[in-house]
Ligand binder design. Structure first.
Ligand SMILES: [Zn+2]
Length: 443
């Protein structure tokens, strides 16, 4: 039994009466594979890329996840090398094109295209997914980019207005003092945004000794969720913490918790998600971590078949206690390409640095830069005004086993220095990452 709004949404998307109990997990999967076969049929017929990539592949024989393993992957490089080759609709039907610069490489950007219908389905997912978090006449502070028509901020505002709420979109996500004033002035009952901004907001509230009781829920999205930040946010706001996962390739919305910490119910009427071992390309069982791969099943402008997202996550085993048949994604812990190999061979990813550094009470944000030829790992710290925690942070880093080993045995050099100290942070709307400096000779 479920009365969750996403159950109503799922029924409507499956052309069933909204008030019916949702279908079973197996019925949902069968329906998805029916849509997936249709998508592949259309893609082979209309997209130059898939016409070639899926030539000779029996797409009509794909009925189960195991069958899907015979279908070749699509990669980010495929998207970069010719985004127009993925178009399944005419240019006239494209309502929005999004260009994504490649982080850390000088390669061509990815471009993604959406029809008005593709965007409508995202608004609908946001509307039903957000319903447990916000009520009519309430305000939501949404730290989201792009308030232009078709942009994520604009789509999100539309979905909230369908619930009867009001969205406040801050212009600059790096001005934490301004975010704080907006939060206090608008009495927002929900805050949505990347974990780093909400973390900084919580740290600033705490440092000023301000207690607020109007925030009923926080939704963390668009980037990895550091455990250290989750603890701070949960303590300061003392409310339910929800998570969302999504990327431009999923048409922004991807999965959302039905209640705090439940695991993110996937947007199954719009894509089928697999988790694979990135080394072998084979699917892994539920509960095992791997690379997230998506196949769109409703996308009109630009279908993606077995697209390797580069994000790391896992499907939570079993069905949610809310009764929805939508599978759940566990916390997305990072990207395959956001790690560095320290001298001595240990791998460190951004979230490990997050969990060490963000646990320090004066830190709002930080950047990390690695220079392998100089064996130098440097950190710039954005801190609460008036604080100077550089020695403490350096010590915390040096005590972490992997870093200690690299320093003691392989001469790794750690430096920490203060950066922003005026209540602003380095991070904007983009995803945070580790910067790796190329060897000096090749600069
Ligand atoms: Zn649930």
């Amino acid at each position: 039994m479920t009365d969750h709004p996403l159950g109503k949404w799922l029924n409507m998307r499956m052309d069933r009466a909204p008030e019916l109990q949702p279908v079973s997990v197996q019925e949902l999967q069968d329906w998805q594979f029916d849509r997936l076969r249709q998508t592949m049929f259309q893609a082979v017929r209309n997209c130059p890329f898939y016409h070639e990539r899926l030539a000779g592949v029996q797409t009509g024989a794909v009925h189960t996840p195991a069958d899907l393993e015979h279908i070749p992957f699509t990669t980010a490089d495929d998207l970069r090398s010719g985004p127009e080759n993925f178009l399944c609709a005419s240019q006239d039907e494209v309502a929005r094109a999004v260009t994504l610069a490649s982080s850390g490489s000088s390669g061509p950007p990815k471009r993604l295209f959406f029809t008005a219908g593709d965007l409508e389905r995202t608004i609908e997912f946001f509307q039903y997914g957000m319903s447990p978090m916000i009520k009519k006449d309430e305000n939501i502070l949404a730290i989201l980019p792009d308030s232009r028509p078709g942009g994520v901020g604009s789509l999100f505002s539309e979905s909230i207005s369908l619930i009867g709420g009001e969205t406040i979109l801050p212009v600059n996500p790096s001005y934490i003092s301004t975010l704080l004033n907006l939060l206090l002035d608008t009495h927002a009952s929900c805050i949505l945004g990347p974990a780093i901004q909400i973390h900084a907001l919580a740290r600033m509230l705490e440092s000023k000794g301000i207690t607020i009781n109007h925030v009923r829920s926080v939704l963390l999205c668009w980037d990895v969720l550091p455990q250290a930040s989750m603890q701070t946010i949960s303590r300061v706001f003392d409310c339910e913490i929800f998570s969302h996962w999504g990327m431009t390739e999923t048409c922004l919305g991807g999965g959302v918790d039905c209640c705090g910490g439940s695991g993110m119910h996937l947007r199954e009427p719009d894509f089928f998600l697999e988790i694979i071992n990135p080394a072998t390309g084979k699917q892994v069982p539920d509960g095992h971590k791997g690379e997230i791969v998506i196949s769109t099943i409703s996308r009109r402008a630009m279908p993606l078949i077995r697209y390797r997202t580069g994000d790391v996550g896992c499907i939570m085993p079993g069905q949610c206690s809310c009764g929805l048949p939508l599978r759940r994604l566990g916390a997305v812990e990072g990207r395959l390409d956001d790690g560095i190999i320290l001298p001595g061979g240990s791998r460190m990813d951004l979230n490990e640095f997050n969990n060490i550094i963000l646990a320090q009470k004066d830190i709002l944000d930080f950047t990390v830069e690695y220079q392998p030829d100089e064996l130098a790992l440097s950190f710039k710290l954005d801190v609460l005004p008036g604080s100077r925690p550089t020695p403490e942070v350096k010590q915390m880093l040096m005590e972490y086993h992997k870093i200690k080993q690299a320093c003691d045995n392989h001469n790794l050099n750690i430096s920490t220095r203060l950066a922003k100290q005026d209540g602003t942070i380095h991070s904007g709307f983009g995803k945070r990452s580790i910067t790796v400096k190329p060897p000096k000779a090749s600069v």
